[in-house]
Design a protein around this ligand. Structure first.
Ligand code: ADP
Ligand code: NA
Length: 327
């Protein structure tokens, strides 16, 4: 077919949050019929920081299962583990030889991560963006849905691809970024000026997509707002604004109508209804996740068959690259 190709992936560093769901997964679901999509569990990226092997294995499987539970169809898309397709690592090595130290030195995420992991600043952490370039370029990807934090990495992938093409002719398609709907950045419930993150030490700051309903209600009830009482959508009210954003996405109501809906109501009402909108919005995903997790054979089959499909596509590009380089 002539559909455009999308590649995207997430790391299994923990059960994904409501932020990941709204900012990534939910967008993927809205795109997956119109594009040929590859959704990867990028487990090779995960080992750039110290981790527990058993936990990584479990979290990777849970993440892959969540992709399917959220509505991504493994018949119409390719849902797979990065590490099951050796071409990722092979192409990353080749692209390392076409990437300059100076370029990698400028990556802000590397700087942040190496400050946080001072005892383990390894070479993999440094060349992480090259592996990401390989992930994308292997599949002749047209479009990459990215958050703001990944913009710089995608820019680098484009630079590497352009450089390679200039030397060897048209080998790689130059990928374009796709930014999800605006306002889809979900903030911490405890510090609403920071993004909601699964690596937050305060568990009340984030909602995991697998949190039980009573846990969700409790976390939203404790969400930090302000000493004002008015439910207004404004940058100077980040806590309230965040709750309105969440309600808007979870109920599919535009901001103006959400604000009208809450007119004259208090923060207690707002939190109760936001909590309920999350519980209801995540219910189908949670139900499917439980059923899928219990079906070990099905998930194993998806891992195998989708991994094979990814390998087939990846090898087409890798073969071309090796030939060009003289390997
Ligand atoms: P985390 O900080 O939770 O570990 P990642 O960096 O692994 O998140 O991001 C995975 C995907 O989820 C990316 O596409 C990213 O843009 C998106 N994302 C992460 N946090 C949020 C958030 N709070 N709001 C919206 N999107 C988010
Ligand atoms: Na598709």
């Amino acid at each position: 077919d002539d559909k455009k190709v999308i590649f995207s992936g997430m790391q299994a560093t923990g059960i994904i949050t409501l932020g990941n769901y709204i900012g990534a997964l939910k967008n993927w679901v809205s795109l997956h019929e119109a594009y040929d999509c590859l959704f990867s569990v990028v487990d090779l990226h995960s080992i750039t920081i110290r981790h527990d092997p058993a936990q990584l294995r479990k979290r990777s499987r849970d993440l892959l299962t969540l992709y399917i539970a959220a509505g991504l169809d493994p018949e119409k898309n390719i849902i797979y583990y990065q590490s099951h397709v050796p071409a990722h690592a092979e192409l990353a090595w080749i692209l390392n030889c076409y990437t300059y130290m100076g370029e990698l030195n400028r990556m802000t995420q590397y700087k942040e991560k190496s400050e946080k992991n001072e005892d383990n600043i390894n070479a993999g952490l440094f060349t992480y963006p090259v592996l990401m370039a390989a992930d994308i370029l292997l599949y002749q990807t047209d479009v990459v849905p990215v958050g703001n934090d990944q913009r710089q990495h995608l820019e680098l992938a484009r630079d590497i691809a352009t450089r390679f093409n200039n030397i060897y002719g048209e080998v790689f398609k130059i990928p374009e970024p796709y930014f999800g709907e605006v306002g889809a950045r979900i903030m911490s419930l405890q510090e609403p000026t920071k993004k909601m993150s699964k690596s937050d030490e305060n568990v009340n700051g984030f909602i995991s997509v697998l949190d039980e309903p009573d846990v969700i209600m409790k976390k939203v009830k404790r969400a930090v707002t302000d000493s004002d009482r008015e439910i207004r959508y404004s940058e100077d009210k980040p806590g309230v604004k965040n709750l309105i954003d969440i309600y808007s996405v979870m109920t599919g109501t535009d901001i103006e109508n959400v604000v009208n809906h809450f007119e004259g109501k208090g923060y207690g009402d707002l939190k109760k209804e936001v909590g309920e909108s999350i519980v209801e919005g995540l219910r189908p995903l949670q139900t499917r996740f439980k059923a899928l997790s219990a079906d070990k054979a099905y998930i194993d089959e998806v891992i195998k068959s989708n991994g094979d499909r990814a390998s087939y596509l990846a090898h087409k590009t890798l073969r071309k690259v090796k030939k060009k380089v003289g390997l």
